[in-house]
Write a protein that binds this ligand. Structure first.
Ligand SMILES: Nc1ncnc2c1ncn2[C@@H]1O[C@H](COP(=O)(O)OP(=O)(O)OP(=O)(O)O)[C@@H](O)[C@H]1O
Ligand SMILES: [Mg+2]
Length: 201
């Protein structure tokens, strides 16, 4: 197994061992930190996936955005391009309870609705899911490259942010040419900022 796969497996195991209460408590701390950041406050269109298993809970973040006048988009895996051409498409979410349905990999994804497609260029801040990160903003995701391809289509000034637990952030992880680094990582103990252009190994 390569280093990325090994790290992914180890950290997922560690995350699976958290209790529901630990996930909820730490997630609250992460959210309180995120919503006070100027980058978040400034963002009018926020994109976020729905948390899955023991990920930092994003559902409360989505709810916060909706009740604070932000436009919210959520990603869906679109397979219409055929084999090898599947990609992420973002759809606007207006109702946390009604607008998600079980989709690819058992994740909750937005329902398809042409009229609600949000183009990557419209996103001001995107929460990027990931398993392992480092202090330079490098990220190991689930290994499909969906986010690396989606992020490449966002605006240059779009803030790429990750929410994670402390143990998901290591000193240094391998990064490849196609890996797009995070600008901000928020954990239960605070924020890690990465100045643009200085984040790669
Ligand atoms: N910009 C890109 N263009 C073409 N292929 C890409 C691009 N980014 C990633 N890929 C493909 O996706 C594969 C998986 O990428 P990687 O190992 O970085 O996954 P990941 O970052 O963990 O996944 P994800 O982005 O879905 O969370 C790569 O081996 C590569 O073939
Ligand atoms: Mg990658």
């Amino acid at each position: 197994m390569d280093i990325k796969s090994t790290l992914r497996k180890q950290i997922i195991e560690r995350r699976e061992s958290l209790s529901r209460q630990q996930v909820e408590e730490k997630s609250r701390a992460v959210m309180n930190c995120l919503v006070s950041l100027p980058e978040f406050i400034k963002a009018s269109t926020v994109m976020s996936y729905m948390d899955f298993r023991n990920e930092v809970r994003t559902r409360e973040i989505i709810a916060f955005c909706l009740s604070n006048g932000k436009r919210v988009a959520a990603p869906r895996v679109d397979k219409s391009g055929g084999k090898g051409a599947s990609k992420l498409v973002a759809y606007e979410i207006r109702d946390l309870e009604k607008d998600f349905e079980p989709g690819t990999f058992g994740l909750l994804e937005p329902r398809t609705d042409e009229s609600r497609i949000v183009a990557p260029e419209e996103v001001d801040l995107v929460l990027v899911p990931g398993v392992v990160f480092d202090r330079k903003g490098n990220r190991i995701g689930f290994g499909a490259g969906y986010y690396d391809r989606f992020l490449a289509r966002t605006r240059n000034d779009c803030i790429k942010a990750a929410v994670a637990f402390d143990f998901q952030v290591l000193d240094e992880i391998p990064a490849e040419e196609h890996d797009i680094p995070m600008d901000i990582i928020i954990t239960e103990s605070g924020v890690i900022y990465n100045s643009k252009g200085e984040r790669k190994n």
